[in-house]
Ligand binder design. Sequence first.
Ligand code: PXG
Length: 294
Amino acid sequence: MSNELQIYIDGEYYPKSQAKISVYDHGFLYGDGVFEGIRVYNGVVFKLKEHVDRLYRSAHAITLRIPLTKEEIIQAVIETLRKNNLKDAYIRLVVSRGVGDLGLDPRKCPKASVIIITDSISIRAGNAEEVGITTMLSWVRRNPVDSTTHEIKSLNYLNSILAKIEANAYGADEAICLESNGCIAEGVGENVFIVKNGELLTPPTSTGALAGITADIVTKLAEKLGYKLTIANLTPFMIFTADEAFFTGTAMEVVPIREVNKRQIGDGKPGPITQKLIAEFQKVIEDPANGVKI
Ligand code: PXG
């Protein structure tokens, strides 16, 4: 038995070095498919049902029929984690349109492929939670709602990658993307919140941001803690002059933003509301009721 990671592809397991898909797969040729990034904390798959629900919504939007039921997907994820003996992990769940011909017509792809990669999580470098990260507003506009909208968690992430390239060139930790009207949309794989005068604000998903599962948790925590939270169009000026700002996402969790295009946010340190939400989010993660046990 190899001690390589075992990858699930369409009901079979393959060692990582042999886990391959066809070059005719339209996920590869055209980015035609959907995915989810999921975390496992201490043997509990965090918000697994919510991620599977979103996967199905993304698939529905692109008329992709997933060849498994939601319950079968959940079982396959659990089985993959068990096989790999992973208790703290990152899961990449991918459904691609499958093998077709060289044309882009999805009708030529008779069967979607389901891929489950589970891997040990690389702990975020440094101490971003304590000191915050730097960001920049990228010139790359988010894909509009009447285009490859980021409401769909599709395999087409070139838009995010272009923004990330700009952040790298600028020397910022992460990019913030604007929507078509010039307001803040989201990060490249994170939702954005700001705090002004003790109140939270976050952009609507109706301008093309993903309905983040972490953002949803943070929204509910804010309500529970009695903070006012408004869904609003946020201009660059509003983030430059915010008292606090932070990202939410499966990979980043909740991370303070300390700088936007060299403008310091607040006093440049994680603010009190951000810190409170980080602490409360940790409690949510640690509660096994918030996921599915392996
Ligand atoms: N917006 C977009 C476009 C995303 O892809 C989020 C927001 C945050 O959503 P959740 O549900 O995770 O709170 C995402 C998340 C990664 C990675 O591994 C994460 C995402 C996409 C690609 C890579 O860092 N998605």
